[in-house]
Design a protein around this ligand. Structure first.
Ligand code: PRX
Length: 648
């Protein structure tokens, strides 16, 4: 394996940013952030220009404001401002689950859809500041819904279509959302997902918890049979046909909320990460342009789902703010065959392709023939996001998919950061497989030890960011104290990411994974506590402890230690039932991979579960369990080892 891949000549010549420019801009952005962002804030259009740039403190109560006296509108920036120059250019290419199903939507058409939908929402009482829940498949209407919210100043909260009715209800209740947009059914890999049915169930659960959803707007996707409640449900196509095709964009303050997105942490329920208007859009559009080296006319494809932050920033807001053509894919990488991605690349002549390591590993396993029978000549930049990419998968992506021509941008960031934070730039950064390389403009990473001391040079520690950037989350919805506690209490005056990281002698960053009880399964972020609470809600379960373990395709798999109620016998049947139960509580993305029935869990005398030991056993690495002398009952460990489920 090669250690370093130099910037390809072609990439250097074409790129917006070469290495000298990177160095110069980066220094400027750190030394004088106000000046730097004052200039770059102008990349979006403002109804009222800002005079203040940055007003942020990571201390005490923590307050983060950018461009605070400016006024703008995100939908205006993503649509209206492009109409004169590129009204007839394709804004969204939609590629359906079925390879014969596609659509192209121009910026003019996007304008009309979004305006009509804005009017539909207004007519049904949605106002500025209201929370609108979006539970949709990957169809253009999902983007229209986001943009229509942004246009009228409503705050959208997208819930990934793979979440269960319970999970959907929890999110509706947390933000007291009374308007839901969904579809009859979703379609992925030929399988139908009962979105309307799930929504009906969630609405009932929410009602029980005191939140009454007044309207459910339903897009007809498959025309499958659904239950209908006249007093509440509205067909999208009927309402749109009656709505006016123009709607003025609301004047939004830079710090008005744009969206909420629920994400998992190490404790408690998922939290509503709140992003605001001006800074977010500046950061999403700027990173989109420079990280992918986007040029006018490029066809850009990010394979994420709009239910995750990657879909927000890099399918919808970043690319559309830049007037790009963004591809939205309804399906999955291996349907109808593992060659699907590359067929789509050729079909739409994709130039920039952004996906997740889990997809790369799965396709790598399916063999090179599926790749090599496609041309892929249009490809120029490849991207990776969501979890560390192992060097083997990186090399395969680079050599087999990219024919050694295309730089890979391994982008590290989080729901909380709003946009890409540590990443190569295609024309500037020599690449090292497995490293996210260097910080983006304005980002100052610091590695700290457990006591909070800042570590210098080549070292390893906990990854913090020492100063604010425009795309940063502003609070946890409805719980600012939790925001402060989660991100700013571990290390004073710094944003703590929850990730561990190594910095090498060249100043390159290597993310080593979460240092808290968050696991990353196929790029889906999950709190082990959530899976545990789903398990113990089953009648047969008395106690559960969940850890991640290395998984060849998923990155991490879900390993559950389950203690059963007195008198209940463990069986293969019961395992299946527990898997089904967890899927029902959270959603299919949380399916346990391994369940080990354990009469006892390793606890300290004060009753704390020693997860370190459980992780080791799940990894099948029990030779070095470390100090077990503080365990209340050391014999428990022998039983756990004997009955381990992941034998290599
Ligand atoms: O652990 C890091 C991992 O994903 C976490 C953030 O997950 P989420 O909020 O769901 O956002 C995912 C998409 C932005 C991080 O704390 N992660 C994300 N990208 C990378 C990564 N780990 C290593 N390398 C990456 N490129």
């Amino acid at each position: 394996m090669t250690d370093v891949y130099k910037v390809p000549k072609g990439a250097k010549k074409r790129a917006h940013i070469d290495n000298d420019t990177y160095e110069k801009w980066y220094q400027e952005s750190i030394r004088n952030p106000d000046k730097f962002w004052k200039k770059h804030g102008k990349r979006i259009d403002w109804f009222k220009p800002y005079s203040k740039v940055r007003n942020a403190s990571f201390d005490g109560k923590v307050s983060i404001k950018w461009f605070e006296d400016g006024q703008t509108n995100v939908a205006y920036n993503c649509i209206d401002r492009h109409l004169k120059k590129r009204g007839d250019q394709v804004a969204i290419i939609w590629e359906g689950d079925n390879p014969y199903d596609d659509r192209k939507i121009t910026y003019n058409e996007l304008y009309e859809h979004v305006c009509r939908l804005s009017n539909v929402m207004k007519k049904n009482g949605v106002k500025k500041g209201d929370r609108v829940t979006i539970y949709m498949p990957m169809i253009p209407e999902a983007a229209y819904a986001m943009l229509a919210c942004a246009r009228i100043g409503a705050i959208h909260s997208i819930v990934f279509g793979g979440f269960s009715p319970d999970a959907l209800a929890g999110r509706i209740v947390d933000c007291e959302s009374t308007f839901v947009i969904t579809a009859d059914e979703g379609l992925r890999g030929g399988r139908k997902i009962p979105l309307k049915d799930n929504t009906d169930k969630a609405v009932d659960i929410a009602k029980r918890d005191g939140v009454i959803v007044s309207n459910v707007l339903v897009v007809r996707r498959t025309a499958g049979k659904v239950a209908w409640y006249d007093e509440r449900d509205i067909w999208y196509h009927e309402a749109m046909a009656e709505a006016k095709p123009d709607c003025p964009p609301a004047k939004m303050k830079a710090e008005d909320p744009l969206f909420l997105l629920y994400t998992s942490g190490s404790t408690g329920k998922p939290k509503g990460v709140l992003h605001t208007t001006g800074g977010y859009l500046v950061y999403a559009s700027m990173t989109h342009e420079y990280v992918f080296d986007y040029h006018e006319g490029d066809i850009y494809w990010c394979t994420a789902d709009v239910g995750w932050v990657t879909g927000h920033s890099y399918i919808v807001y970043g690319p559309l703010a830049n007037g790009a053509t963004t591809l939205m894919f309804e399906g999955v990488p291996n349907y109808p065959t593992p060659g699907r991605f590359w067929e789509v690349v050729d079909k739409h002549q994709v130039n920039i392709f952004y996906t997740a390591p889990t997809a790369i590993r799965a396709l790598m396993g399916a063999g090179n023939d599926h790749v090599t029978k496609s041309s892929r000549k249009s490809l120029r930049t490849l991207g990776s996001v969501g979890e560390p990419i192992n060097p083997e998968a990186w090399e395969w992506y680079y050599k087999v998919v990219g024919d050694k021509r295309c730089p890979i941008v391994d982008t590290w960031w989080q729901t909380e950061t709003g946009g890409i934070m540590i990443t190569p730039l295609p024309g500037a950064t020599d690449l090292k497989p497995g490293s996210a390389t260097r910080p983006f403009f304005g980002i100052e990473p610091q590695l700290v030890d457990a006591e909070g001391a800042v570590l210098e040079g080549a070292t390893e520690g906990n990854l913090c960011i020492s100063q604010s950037w425009p795309g940063q989350m502003r609070t946890v919805y409805g719980d600012h104290e939790r925001f402060v506690q989660t991100y700013f209490s571990a290390y004073k005056g710094k944003y703590f990411t929850g990730d561990g990281c190594r910095r090498d002698k060249d100043g390159y960053y290597w993310i080593t994974g979460r240092v808290d009880d968050v696991i990353n399964v196929s790029g889906h972020r999950m709190g082990t506590a959530e899976v545990e609470s789903a398990l113990v809600s089953h009648d047969a379960v008395s106690e559960a402890a969940v850890v991640g373990y290395p998984h060849d395709v998923k990155g991490q798999g879900i390993y559950c230690y389950v203690t059963l109620m007195e008198g209940v016998e463990g069986s293969e049947e019961l395992k299946k039932e527990l898997v089904k139960h967890v899927r029902g509580e959270i959603g299919p993305i949380a399916s346990p991979d391994k369940i080990q029935f354990s009469p006892g869990l390793p606890k300290t005398r004060s009753g704390k579960i020693m997860r370190r030991i459980l992780r080791k056993i799940a990894e099948d690495d029990f030779g070095s369990l470390g100090d077990t002398s503080t365990l209340a009952d050391p014999a428990v460990v022998d039983d756990l080892i004997e009955n381990r489920q992941n034998r290599k």
